[in-house]
Design a protein around this ligand. Structure first.
Ligand code: FEO
Length: 168
């Protein structure tokens, strides 16, 4: 049976991953409407990944005898200042998600739920990758500057593009 404190944290995380998926979907839509096809493709793929993260937690909670309650998600912004600002927001958001995952890790240790602690390591590693990939994109944007947005957009296209979301 899933520890109640751990369950509560995981249910909160379901909401956070769901919001992340909506946020990146909103960014994808904005990019698409602004002619940034590559950026939109990246954001759509990111949104799918976040939904996959959410599902992964839903299934784990239910499998362990908890109840994966689904809440409504906050409405994400629909306007973004520019591409650089948008990716800065992604980076900031991912740092918050990392902190939130670390928080669950801490609760697992306090509650001696070593099974969930072990299972959570996938998310710990995923956050390292996500922060690194967004940080690399921001470096690229800084290098190219605003006047080379077309080049940036072509460059980012296919970076993760059509890859199907993986549950591994
Ligand atoms: Fe699911 Fe980007 O953290």
């Amino acid at each position: 049976m899933l520890n109640k404190k751990v369950e509560k944290k995981l249910v909160e995380q379901i909401e956070k991953e769901g919001y992340s998926s909506s946020l990146y979907l909103a960014m994808a839509s904005w990019a698409e409407n602004n002619g940034l096809e590559g950026t939109a493709q990246w954001m759509y793929a990111q949104s799918d990944e976040e939904r996959m993260h959410m599902l992964k937690i839903v299934k784990y909670v239910n499998e362990r005898g908890g109840q994966a309650v689904i809440s409504s998600f906050d409405r994400p912004p629909s306007e973004f200042k520019n591409v650089k600002n948008m990716f800065d927001q992604v980076f900031e958001h991912e740092q918050k998600v990392t902190a939130s995952i670390n928080d669950i890790v801490e609760v697992c240790l306090n509650e001696k739920d070593f099974t969930t602690h072990n299972w959570l390591q996938w998310f710990v590693n995923e956050q390292i990758e996500e922060e690194a990939s967004v940080s690399a994109i921001i470096d690229k944007l800084n290098l190219l500057g605003d006047h080379n947005l077309y080049l940036f957009d072509r460059d980012i296209m296919g970076l993760r593009g059509q890859q199907p979301a993986s549950m591994e």
